[in-house]
Design a protein around this ligand. Structure first.
Ligand code: AMP
Ligand code: MG
Length: 358
């Protein structure tokens, strides 16, 4: 579970940390022709908020005059999104769509429609590896439930017959969608929190905020620079070690960072770990050659969808795909612990271990 450990200093989440430098009183001294003018600006107001929504911890740190209003509006927006996008809330758009599978079209909120459209684009881009139609498998695996169990091969085989991203039909004209067959379900768990991050950044902008950081369950967005004028440092969890131990950090401003990893949500059974990212071809938790993937780009929707996708694709196919998408960088940690990063990160990835740039 994500947590922001301290108000000042290292801020850690389930797999990221942000080093936050405490506010210093701005002291401006101007020396002019023997006249000393000493002006002491008040420190910028800062709001730090920690909430729970979308099944995860959300932390915000916002500097500026309207920071309180911005934080409140951001969290209420996230709660609104949860109401329509949740796989688990009975009245959400997603539940309405899932419950109508095989029975016809369902009118949707424009934001639900937008996310279904983007998910469909990512399904095509990844050859079906990013596949929100994994809903029936997510429901059966229930990795975060109190007593999860491993489904039988026969169960997996039968559920796999429902997983086909081409069975999600979207109708732009009346903002509706349809799932072709009974039992099919979509789950936006791999993209919705990222979208929420983009919306929060828009809200900060509307309030005139110039410096902020928000973390929605490991989908981090940084706005502007830190208050000391330096970029934000976002740490990357070492997937083989305790939470809060990092393999390094990336210095960023105005960017989104998302990490997907097998260590995030899983349950152990029979000496194996069964995690939450499902390979839609096998029906089992993905077994690529990667332990974790961190994606950096302008939009948090994109980083969220891509981190899930690349985790399933594995190192070689993953790097190949990232290279095709302009403005997108990645840090990939292989099963043997080797650290790979895309060339565009050479200047802002701080890591004391050897990094293989590709
Ligand atoms: P993330 O933590 O962003 O990598 O997303 C993982 C979540 O996305 C899971 O908990 C599921 O809700 C959902 N999910 C699992 N497998 C897939 C998949 N192959 N494509 C899209 N979403 C998935
Ligand atoms: Mg994701």
């Amino acid at each position: 579970m994500a947590c922001f450990a301290k108000i000042h200093g290292d801020v850690c989440t389930k797999h990221n940390f942000i080093r936050v430098v405490p506010m210093k009183a701005a002291l401006l001294s101007i020396l002019l022709a023997g006249l000393v003018v000493l002006s002491c600006n008040k420190p910028e107001p800062v709001v730090e908020a920690k909430d729970f929504a979308m099944g995860t911890v959300i932390t915000q740190k916002i500097y500026g005059a309207n920071s309180k209003a911005a934080a409140a509006e951001a969290i209420s927006k996230i709660r609104e999104l949860e109401k329509i996008l949740s796989f688990y809330l009975a009245d959400s758009d997603i539940s309405l769509l899932n419950n109508s599978a095989g029975r016809g079209k369902v009118r949707l909120h424009p934001e639900t429609f937008f996310l279904l459209t983007k998910s469909s684009e990512y399904a095509h881009l990844s050859g079906g590896e990013f596949n929100i139609m994994v809903g029936p498998l997510v429901k059966r695996w229930k990795v975060t439930a109190e007593s999860p169990d491993v489904p039988s091969p026969a169960e997996i085989k039968s559920l796999l017959t429902l997983i086909d991203y081409r069975d999600l039909h979207l109708y732009k004209d009346d903002c509706s969608a349809r799932l072709a067959r009974k039992g099919q379900m979509v789950d936006l768990g791999g993209i919705a929190k990222g979208y929420a991050g983009d919306e929060v950044i828009k809200i900060y902008g509307k309030h005139g905020i110039k410096s902020a950081i928000v973390d929605i369950g490991g989908n981090i967005c940084v706005l502007g620079l830190n208050t000391d004028g330096t970029p934000w440092n976002v740490g990357i969890q070492d997937p083989r070690r305790k939470r809060g131990i990092y393999i390094g950090s990336v210095s960023l401003s105005d960017k989104a960072v998302s990490t997907s990893g097998a260590y995030e949500r899983f349950f152990p059974a029979g000496g194996k770990k069964y995690h939450h990212i499902i390979d839609p071809r096998t029906g089992y938790p993905s077994e690529s050659d990667l332990l974790s993937v961190t994606i950096i780009a302008d939009s948090s929707l994109d980083t969220d969808a891509l981190s899930t996708t690349i985790f399933i694709l594995g190192l070689d196919k993953g790097i190949k795909l990232i290279k095709k998408i302009k403005g997108t960088e990645a840090v990939l940690i292989k099963n043997d612990g080797a650290i790979y990063a895309t060339e565009g990160l050479q200047k802002n990835f701080n890591c004391s271990a050897e990094v293989i740039y590709r």
